[in-house]
Ligand binder design. Structure first.
Ligand SMILES: [Zn+2]
Length: 279
């Protein structure tokens, strides 16, 4: 092959590869922790590269403490995060141990109010609640604050705790981290039916695919019945999740490809974009 022909062939391959890369469905990562303690797993530019490499064009951004989120917001303000929508949520944790006590800790409620003054937040979370742990004055105050300020809640909670959150203030808007983990699909459907302002985020959610990677009939039905109510996320709560970020996103794309494209696009990014459209 002549040099000229070789160059033409290389250009063609490059062109095909680029077209293929662009064909991947855009993903909005609706459960991203860029934790700052004990130390960030990636430097800010590295984490932006991870999103770009995976065609992640939006993130629900949280960090423990909130420093990592500030850094990402600064990057966005400086134009260094082009092609990425950063949607910041207030994390009510300074250190990991706050997971087990925040719901009874007035200092945390002060933290949430202080952090809100930055002016750019769209939600509070992710926070953790199991059952009646949600039934405290601090949690009620947090839910009321979120409703008053038109903030979403990002709740890692069982069904009982979600019900209590909704009882605290029926106007609450809740992104349900992990969608109940292994809660039966019929129970998930009942929750979505009962609460129109509840959206299910699907990291660590079992039952979506079978052992061979095929969408299960129950979950296909859920997605087809409630196409506007699901989101996907990485849940980078530990370094291992960052290390496997590419695989997590490929895993989502594998089952999204089995859905009608209009539904797949909603779950991959459309629903998140609708929720977090500019106010
Ligand atoms: Zn999480």
């Amino acid at each position: 092959m002549s040099i000229k022909a070789l160059c033409a062939a290389v250009a063609l391959v490059t062109c095909v590869v680029a077209a293929r890369a662009d064909d991947r469905i855009e993903i909005f990562d609706a459960h991203m922790h860029y934790n700052w303690e004990p130390k960030p797993y990636y430097q800010p530019d590295e984490v932006l590269e991870v999103f770009k490499r995976n065609r992640v064009t939006g993130i629900l951004a949280t960090s423990r403490p909130n420093t990592g989120t500030h850094v990402l917001m600064d990057k966005q303000a400086d134009g260094k995060a082009s092609g990425l929508q950063v949607v910041p949520f207030i994390r009510p944790y300074r250190i990991r141990a706050d997971i087990g006590s925040w719901f009874n800790d007035s200092v945390i409620f002060d933290l949430v109010q202080d952090e809100y003054k930055r002016g750019y937040y769209r939600g509070v979370g992710e926070f953790h609640l199991t059952g009646k742990a949600a039934d405290t004055e601090m949690v009620k105050k947090t839910v009321d604050f979120a409703v008053e300020k038109n903030l979403y809640l990002h709740a890692h909670a069982d069904a009982e705790a979600v019900e209590i959150l909704m009882r605290h203030n029926p106007k609450a808007q809740i992104i349900w981290a992990h969608t109940g983990f292994s809660l039966g699909p019929d129970r998930v459907a009942a929750m979505l039916q009962k609460y129109p302002k509840l959206w299910g985020e699907l990291s660590y959610r079992s039952g979506i695919v079978d052992g061979s990677g095929k969408l299960t009939p129950e979950w296909r039905k859920l997605f087809e019945t409630y196409p506007d109510r699901f989101l996907v996320g990485s849940d980078t709560w530990v370094p291992e999740r960052w290390a496997s970020y590419d695989d997590i996103m490929a895993g989502y794309r594998a089952w999204l490809a089995q859905l009608p494209p209009v539904i797949a696009k909603k779950i991959a990014h459309g629903n998140a974009r609708a929720l977090f459209a500019e106010k």
